[in-house]
Write a protein that binds this ligand. Structure first.
Ligand code: ATP
Ligand code: MG
Length: 236
């Protein structure tokens, strides 16, 4: 579904991504793990054409390498970056409505309400607080809202950058529950994380990055049982 071929990124003269290739098949949940500064965010920003890069990127065999970010998103790949994208002055409901404006425009409000119901089923605290200004939500709730903003668009593929950073263990589990939920819905997932064990448990396959390179790739379950890999790359 997503094919990244020989991607390289330079910041000034320093190489941040060195000939990185990854594949994500339809229906899979794939993670990219690695320490601070490994190049994980750079990889996602390069895929979504937020930064200049060398290499090729295909989505469903269509070359999206040079496509504008909003056009990539329009193809059905949602990107939830590590920085939250919510509007503090708008209510929770309005934040979700804004994310779904294209659905409302093209398919009507009814379709939005249907998607909203499905999202609220998994984010009951957001449903309770839908009239509250998003700026008043806790950090964890704001993170949930960022994810909900992506889900409301009913994407084919969901890409997220460290969605559990700064969350309590309870909210972390809620995020990983969402990964399971997405998989059940047939949404393909690419998740960048530092939370090694929980991410490996929630995903099918993993890539491990170290200073701009993919060092290992394989089944998440195998990595989960491999102490040597965890020791070598993942601080475990
Ligand atoms: N805009 C930039 N200009 C120069 N160097 C940058 C820029 N953005 C990132 N870097 C450098 O590129 C490398 C990779 O950074 P990146 O943010 O992709 O890492 P990461 O794996 O996402 O780390 P973290 O887990 O801390 O989010 C780091 O050495 C970082 O300092
Ligand atoms: Mg990062």
């Amino acid at each position: 579904m997503l094919r990244v071929k020989n991607l390289s990124v330079y910041y000034d003269k320093a190489i941040a991504l060195d000939n990185v290739s990854i594949d994500v098949e339809e229906g899979e949940a794939v993670c990219v793990l690695g320490a601070n500064g490994a190049g994980k965010t750079t990889l996602l920003n390069a895929i979504f054409n937020v930064i200049p890069k060398k290499g090729k990127i295909f989505f469903n065999d269509i070359d999206i390498t040079d496509l504008a970010t909003h056009k990539i998103v329009k193809m059905g790949i949602v990107y939830v970056p590590d920085k939250r994208t919510i509007f503090n002055e708008l209510s929770v409901y309005e934040n979700l409505e804004i994310s779904a404006w294209e659905i409302i425009k093209n398919k009507g409000k009814k379709h939005f309400v249907k998607n909203l119901d499905a999202v609220f089923e998994h984010f009951t605290n957001l449903e309770e607080k839908q009239s509250l200004k998003a700026g008043y939500l806790s950090g964890g709730e704001q993170q949930m809202l960022s994810i909900a903003q992506g889900l409301i668009r009913a994407p084919k593929m969901f890409v997220m950058d460290e969605p559990t950073a700064g969350l309590s263990p309870k909210l972390m589990n809620a995020v990983f529950d969402i990964v399971y939920f997405m998989k059940k819905q047939g949404i393909t997932v690419l998740i960048v994380e530092q939370n090694v064990n929980k991410t490996l448990m929630a995903t099918d396959r993993a890539y491990i990055m170290e200073v701009g390179k993919i060092k290992e790739s394989g089944n998440s379950k195998d990595f989960l049982q491999s102490d040597s890999i965890k020791k070598a790359y993942l601080g475990g």
